[in-house]
Design a protein around this ligand. Structure first.
Ligand code: SF4
Length: 273
């Protein structure tokens, strides 16, 4: 089953190393959401999960609430995910997430967990490991796992995609990764990666609706990509969906960065399966 993503805003209040998102001030309106949802509804049974992404999607929290209720009312019976850095999470938003346990909140582990984040039951933490900052990821993991111990939160380890990993970086990642996984398990937590595997690193082939309502056949539309590739990705219900190729990835991110994404992903697969 594939996922369906809505990019509710391209605005973000952070500046993460290696962020793949093309950021600007555009946001999705309720009218744009409703129109896109109407177009997609005949296909909705194909999808088991609806994801709300940005930028930072909590800038558009009222739209997320509206979209969630709208899809439920129309009969969508799958689950939901919201990918956030958590900086805008407050009492009101965390209460809403607590009340709606079919929404999984995907936190960025680059930002420390707050009491509001910890109060949410259904959550995972995406820990990005950058090739030149592997030690930092290890210490972040140690403190994060200590704080999360006793909760049902899971940890998702993500080697940074589409940036250069040298052979020395890959060797170090191979050495450190089993220690990270052991520590997660020792703290009684689980590793989310087991449930998440894609055809291409980082992105997925499910439909993605941009802020302006354009529907693409991959959520790679959130990155800066050449016009002709973006054009190929526009969804046409009468045609078979275009699937991004390795050559496209090389054109978008460069050869070395694409090879690096597969190489670091291969190491992850070796230890997490
Ligand atoms: S929080 Fe997400 S969208 Fe914002 S800069 Fe970081 S990775 Fe990019």
């Amino acid at each position: 089953m594939e996922s369906l993503s809505f990019l509710v805003t391209r605005k973000c209040n952070a500046c993460c190393l290696g962020c793949p998102v093309e950021k600007n001030s555009k946001k999705m309106t309720p009218e744009v959401f409703k129109k896109a949802a109407g177009v997609l509804f005949p296909f909705i049974s194909k999808y088991s999960v609806v994801k709300f992404f940005g930028g930072e999607p909590l800038f558009e929290f009222p739209l997320i609430c509206y979209a969630y209720l709208h899809l439920k009312k129309k009969g969508f019976s799958g689950t939901f995910e919201v990918g956030t850095n958590g900086l805008l999470l407050d009492k009101q938003k965390s209460l809403w997430f607590r009340e709606h346990t079919d929404i999984q909140v995907n936190f960025n582990a680059g930002f420390s967990p707050t009491e509001y984040a910890l109060s949410i039951k259904n959550a995972i933490w995406n820990l990005c490991v950058y090739p030149k900052h592997i030690d930092t990821a290890l210490s972040t993991l140690f403190s994060l796992a200590n704080v999360l111990s006793g909760t049902a939160h899971r940890i998702n380890i993500l080697p940074a995609s589409y940036c250069l990993w040298t052979p020395a970086d890959l060797a170090k990642f191979s050495f450190i990764l089993p220690k990270m996984l052991d520590y997660i398990l020792k703290k009684g937590l689980s590793v989310e990666n087991i449930n998440r595997k894609g055809r291409i690193p980082l992105f997925n082939d499910g439909l993605a609706v941009d802020t302006d309502g354009t529907i693409y056949t991959s959520n790679i539309c959130l990155a800066i990509i050449p016009k002709h590739i973006k054009q190929n990705l526009i969804f046409n219900p009468k045609k078979e969906s275009y699937k991004i190729t390795v050559n496209d990835l090389i054109e978008i991110f460069g050869f070395d960065n694409t090879v690096s994404a597969y190489a670091s992903g291969r190491i992850l697969e070796k230890y997490v399966s």
